[in-house]
Design a protein around this ligand. Structure first.
Ligand code: OGA
Ligand code: MN
Length: 207
């Protein structure tokens, strides 16, 4: 199956004008089914998520309480999803001249009471994260909303109820956001399109 993913013009316009887009039914049913099955297979291997990158990963459950598993390419579902993200990366580069070169992502699971407090995904000059992607794998009835704040403001730009197949894209450095406490189990894939850069001459490796 081919995974050429075309972002509709309206979504590209919204990214240009607002810095984010919410794309419903972004991923076809077949791949959604495979990803959910893969996520259940991975379930026993999910572990408490860290904050920071590389050796600076710290577990701080006052900030986030979800469990994650970084893609390791161990299933066709993961490879197919990565192919879709490659295709999105190409589109973003063509439209916005971003020079994105890499993509990393993990499964995330939130259960009752799990949250991720207000944060930004990128710190200037550190992680090289340019665009964040979140794909929801299920549709919890209650809780777990993603709240994105307006840049440099305490006002809410948008509050998103996780829905299976919905893909959210936003500029990583620009938006403070949070995941409100989950009520029902919530499964997603969060990822980052990254730009090449080096710190002290060392190319920043993934994770
Ligand atoms: C993250 C994050 C949002 C979501 O993992 O950094 O902000 O809706 N996730 O899961
Ligand atoms: Mn985030």
């Amino acid at each position: 199956m081919s995974h050429n993913f075309i972002i509709a013009e309206t979504h590209l316009d919204h990214i240009e004008s607002h810095g984010y887009a919410i794309i419903e039914h972004a991923i076809d049913e077949q791949l959604m089914t495979e990803l959910i099955a893969d996520c259940y297979r991975i379930n026993p291997h999910l572990s408490l998520a860290g904050i920071g990158r590389l050796n600076n990963q710290q577990i701080d459950s006052s900030i986030r309480k979800d469990k994650t598993y970084w893609f390791d390419g161990s299933s066709q579902a993961q490879l197919s999803y990565l192919a879709v993200m490659q295709s999105i990366k190409t589109t973003l580069n063509r439209c916005f001249f971003l020079g994105l070169f890499d993509y990393e992502c993990h499964y995330a699971k939130y259960t009752l009471g799990d949250f991720y407090k207000k944060h930004v995904d990128a710190f200037k000059g550190r992680s090289n994260r340019v665009f964040t992607s979140v794909l929801y794998l299920n549709s919890p009835e209650q809780g777990g909303e993603l709240v994105i704040y307006k840049p440099k403001s305490k006002d809410i730009a948008v509050s998103i109820k996780p829905t299976a197949g919905t893909l959210v894209l936003f500029e990583s450095e620009r938006f403070v956001h949070e995941v409100l406490p989950a009520v029902d189990e919530r499964y997603s894939i969060t990822g980052w399109f990254r730009k090449n850069a080096s710190i002290s001459g060392i190319i920043d490796p993934p994770r």
